[in-house]
Ligand binder design. Structure first.
Ligand code: HEC
Ligand code: HEC
Ligand code: HEC
Ligand code: HEC
Length: 499
């Protein structure tokens, strides 16, 4: 073989040069590969040691953290994207009241009846809280609809301000007082310690709720922390007392019944319903509490396992910080554990959701009817003692409905628990109607006229909202007051990102 080659080269020297060239190219490529491997190893080793800039204190400027951790920063920035719709969710804002106008009736007497959109990515948190009609159009300390507490889950400027002015002072202020302070959307300093990059809890509400349960949150395992950082915001809470102190109602436990029993024990009510006069509890978004009761949490999974899957880039493994629907990237999320096809996995999610929504839609119809029956009873001379039982049932029904529905992922996170809660809600709703029917009969009413609730506008007009004026005021506020907040924050160096 070698002999043949030597002869061939002798006859045609070009073959020899050819072999030489191929070998040289090979050696060169091997060299490149070796260099890049060493470089990557060095990169991993130096990722922490060789930070480009030093970050200390509570630094709300995520773009500065990005200098040290470009992969996490670049994926975090993608939470601004609005390009994905699954069957029921996604990162596109959606006017929920327009699709389900009965919710306007359920929230009559509460700011949510004016405006409620489906959530989108974390980078929109500030623009959405200032943009919603629920925060009103306050100016020069006048016209505030919300307390400072309302900023709590929107920004890393919150722990910064709490540190500067004190926790209770932060909550107690008027919402507009922090308009030029809370300007950076949910970012690195909400979840990380800048020195170690360990996950950390920055919101006192969660720490205090653990303490009242006799637990020490600093003892949580790293895997638990991958959920607890989310539980700083994705939980049920309320504003307690005149100081509007943010409180998680976990003192008696974390189920829907245990939290209700806590609220009942302190006679807490978020608002009195404008039509039925029922003492209503507004559930926020108990994503964490419900998730704990589902099959994935019970197998030890955390939020980050599906919402922040690991990615690999040039040999470096990092967590995808584009927190959003895991269905955008089934191969990187579900399929890291499940062998099913993408289609099957997607359909599991849709099946659970569709089944829960069947019951949800029925509750929204019947519960809004119950409110209107109660209003009719009041209008026809019903008395407090006659109404007491039905109003209590309405409170219980609406708490359960809201609890299951406001946690947007619940029908997948904990499908059986969600169906159980919805079933109890529908049961209480129908019991309330039966009780109300009795009261109505007593006052000679046999037929309750239902208003036309086919659109959001009609429902809002029915409950007496002057939406035209409210919207005009807000639009004007966005043009006059909001730019002043942003200018001031920029001048004072509090808003430096170009976002
Ligand atoms: C909502 C909470 C949250 C926010 C906001 C957040 N992170 Fe993380 N980060 C996590 C979680 C959860 C992990 C995974 C930690 C683990 O597995 O122990 C993580 C991991 C990391 C790691 C370790 C390496 C890796 O990728 O797994 C770095 C570095 C990091 N984040 C940087 C950042 C930077 C920079 C920002 C801001 C641009 C940021 N994070 C914003 C929750 C967050
Ligand atoms: C500081 C409070 C805060 C923390 C911490 C937080 N979130 Fe959020 N999250 C929000 C808010 C507020 C929104 C709604 C933003 C909007 O619509 O403007 C949101 C939205 C979301 C969405 C909807 C995104 C979309 O594309 O529709 C998901 C999913 C989500 N969060 C999951 C998580 C997970 C998982 C964690 C923990 C790793 C977490 N969040 C930590 C406050 C927080
Ligand atoms: C086993 C995977 C998995 C885990 C773990 C998980 N989720 Fe989800 N989550 C999902 C899926 C699937 C959806 C529905 C997405 C869709 O329909 O597009 C969802 C939806 C959501 C939504 C609603 C998103 C929207 O667009 O409105 C939020 C918020 C959320 N999850 C937060 C959490 C939090 C907080 C945790 C931990 C307490 C958690 N998730 C744990 C899979 C998971
Ligand atoms: C980190 C691993 C992991 C990820 C990621 C994960 N799962 Fe699971 N999943 C599990 C485990 C473990 C179980 C329990 C399996 C068992 O006991 O047979 C489970 C159970 C399930 C079940 C059966 C639930 C039941 O009622 O018992 C479904 C459906 C499911 N997963 C769908 C999904 C979907 C859809 C996703 C992506 C959004 C996903 N999983 C992501 C680990 C995972």
């Amino acid at each position: 073989m070698l002999k043949k080659l030597t002869e061939a080269i002798k006859k045609k020297p070009i073959i020899g040069w050819g072999i030489f060239a191929v070998v040289m190219v090979g050696v060169f490529l091997l060299g490149l590969l070796a260099a890049s491997i060493t470089e990557r190893r060095a990169e991993i080793a130096t990722l922490y040691n060789n930070k480009k800039i030093d970050i200390s204190g509570i630094n709300p400027h995520s773009e500065e953290w990005g200098e040290n951790y470009p992969r996490e920063y670049n994926t975090w920035k993608k939470t601004q994207e609005m390009d994905f719709k699954s069957k029921h969710l996604g990162n596109v804002p959606e006017d929920v009241l327009e699709h389900r106008p009965e919710m306007v009736v359920l929230w009559a007497g509460y700011a949510f009846a004016m405006d409620y959109s489906a959530p989108r990515g974390h980078m929109h948190a500030i623009e959405d809280v200032t943009g919603t009609l629920r925060t009103g159009s306050p100016e020069n300390g006048e016209g505030d609809m919300q307390p400072g507490t309302c900023w709590t889950c929107k920004s890393p400027d919150v722990p910064r301000m709490m540190h500067e002015v004190g926790i209770a002072e932060f909550y107690k202020a008027k919402w507009s007082q922090w308009g030029s302070e809370i300007v950076n959307p949910i970012g690195c300093a909400d979840c990380h310690d800048p020195k170690t990059m360990n996950l950390t809890i920055t919101r006192p509400g969660l720490i205090e709720a653990f303490e009242r349960q006799g637990k020490d949150i600093t003892q949580a395992t790293p895997q638990e922390m991958r959920s607890l950082v989310c539980a700083q915001c994705h939980v049920e809470y309320s504003f307690q007392g005149d100081g509007k102190y943010l409180t998680l109602p976990w003192d008696k436990g974390m189920t829907v019944e245990a939290m209700e029993s806590f609220y009942d024990s302190i006679q807490f009510t978020d608002y009195t319903h404008k039509l039925s006069k029922a003492p209503i509890l507004k559930a926020q978004h108990p994503d964490y509490e419900l998730f704990l009761l589902g099959p994935h949490a019970q197998r030890g999974l955390s939020c980050a396992d599906c919402h922040m899957p690991y990615m690999a880039e040039g040999g470096i493994k990092y967590s995808n910080h584009q927190i959003m629907s895991p269905l955008k990237n089934i191969s990187g999320t579900c399929q890291t554990c499940h062998r099913d096809s993408e289609e099957n996995l997607r359909n599991y999610v849709y099946q659970y959701q569709d089944k829960a929504l069947e019951i949800r839609d029925r509750i929204e119809k019947e519960l809004s009817r119950a409110h209107i029956m109660a209003k009719t009873a009041w209008d026809n001379g019903a008395t407090d003692p006659e109404m007491k039982e039905s109003l209590q049932l309405i409170r219980q029904a609406q708490w359960r409905w809201d609890f299951a529905v406001a946690s947007h992922g619940a029908s997948f996170h904990a499908p059986v628990e969600t169906q159980r809660i919805l079933a109890h809600s529908l049961d209480r709703t129908m019991q309330a109607q039966l009780e109300l029917q009795k009261v109505l009969f007593k006052h000679g009413i046999t037929d309750v006229q239902m208003p036309d609730l086919s659109t959001k506008e009609k429902a809002q007009a029915y409950i007496g909202l002057d939406m035209k004026t409210i919207k005009e005021k807000k639009d004007n506020w966005k043009k006059t007051v909001l730019p002043k907040w942003i200018d001031k924050a920029k001048k004072e160096g509090k808003l430096t990102a170009n976002i």
